[in-house]
Design a protein around this ligand. Structure first.
Ligand code: IPE
Ligand code: IPE
Ligand code: MG
Length: 247
C-alpha cells in the first residue's frame, strides 16, 4: 500500500459504480448495495486523506439516475440524508470541508437543508475537501455555465471578444476547484457517464473491476500507484518533460 509521497494526485475523482450488481450477486435488493456503498464512501474519504490526497470528488447521483425506478431513487435520497446527518459531526471533528457540484437545488428539501448546514460548518477547513457530485451531469453543467456566461456578457461583466477557457471555466460548478488528476471508475465499466467531461480533459483514468461496496484503501493505493507510472504529457513530447539536467 505504499505510494511515493512525491507524486500523489492532488485531486482524485471516483465514479462509484457497482452497488446494484454487488447486491444482486448476493440475492439482495439493490438498495442493500447502496447501503454498503455508503460505508465505502465513509472509509474512502479517510483512506484518500491518509494517502495524501487533498481533494476527493465522488460521483454519487447523476442527472440520469432520476430515471431509475422511483423506489430506488427515493431510497437513495433517504440514504443520502441519513449519511449527511450522521457524518456532520465527523466532518467537523476531522476537519473535512464538504462541497457539492450539480443542481442541488433540485434535491429533496431535507437533503438540501443538511447539505447547507454541513457546507457552512466546514467551509473554513483548508487541508482536505470532499466534493459530492449530486444531481450532476457534465452536459447540464455546460448548459448552466453557458447561460451564466451569456448573462454576464449581457450585463457587461464579461467581453465576448475576450472569451477563453480561463474566463469561461469560472462559470462551471467547479470554478474554484483544481481539475481532477486521477479519475477512477469501479465495477469494470469503462465509460465516463457524463462525469466531469471538461475538467477531466487531461486526467489519468484508472478502471478497476472491483464493485464499489468492496472498494478498499488498497484499491485506491493501487490506482494511485498506476497513476504514478504514467507520464502526463499535456500535448508535449516526452523529451520536453525531462528536467534539463537529464537531457
Ligand atoms: C452506483 O451503483 C451508484 C449509483 C449510480 C447511485 P449502481 O447502482 O449503478 O450499480 P450497478 O451499476 O447497477 O451495479
Ligand atoms: C454513473 O453510474 C453515475 C454514478 C456513479 C452516480 P451509472 O451506473 O449511473 O452509469 P451507467 O448508467 O452505467 O453509464
Ligand atoms: Mg451503475
Amino acid at each position: 500500500m505504499s505510494v511515493p509521497a512525491t507524486n500523489v494526485p492532488h485531486h482524485v475523482a471516483i465514479i462509484m459504480d457497482g452497488n446494484g450488481r454487488w447486491a444482486t450477486k448476493r440475492g439482495l435488493p439493490r438498495i442493500e448495495g447502496h447501503r454498503r456503498g455508503v460505508e465505502t464512501v465513509r472509509t474512502t474519504t479517510f483512506a484518500a486523506r491518509d494517502l495524501g490526497v487533498k481533494m476527493l470528488t465522488l460521483y454519487a447521483f447523476s442527472i440520469e439516475n432520476w430515471k431509475r425506478p422511483q423506489e430506488e431513487v427515493g431510497a437513495l435520497m433517504g440514504l443520502l440524508e441519513y449519511y449527511l446527518k450522521k457524518e456532520l459531526e465527523t466532518f467537523v471533528r476531522d476537519r473535512v470541508r464538504l462541497r457539492t457540484i450539480g443542481r442541488t437545488e433540485e434535491l429533496p428539501e431535507g437533503v438540501q437543508k443538511v447539505l447547507r448546514t454541513t457546507i457552512e460548518e466546514t467551509k473554513h477547513f483548508t487541508d482536505y475537501t470532499l466534493v459530492l457530485a449530486l444531481n450532476y451531469g457534465a452536459r447540464t453543467e455546460m448548459v448552466d455555465a453557458a447561460r451564466s456566461y451569456a448573462a454576464a456578457v449581457a450585463a457587461g461583466k464579461e467581453k465576448l471578444n475576450d472569451s477563453s477557457w480561463s474566463t469561461f471555466s469560472r462559470y462551471l460548478y467547479t470554478a474554484d476547484m483544481p481539475e481532477p488528476d486521477l479519475v477512477i471508475r469501479t465495477s469494470g465499466e469503462t465509460r465516463i457517464s457524463n462525469f466531469l467531461l471538461l475538467q477531466a480533459a487531461y486526467a489519468e483514468f484508472v478502471f478497476q473491476p472491483v464493485l464499489w461496496p468492496d472498494f478498499t484503501k488498497a484499491d485506491l493505493a493501487a490506482a494511485i500507484a498506476d497513476y504514478n507510472r504514467r507520464e502526463r504529457r499535456f500535448g508535449l513530447t516526452s523529451e520536453q518533460l525531462k528536467p534539463a539536467a537529464a537531457k
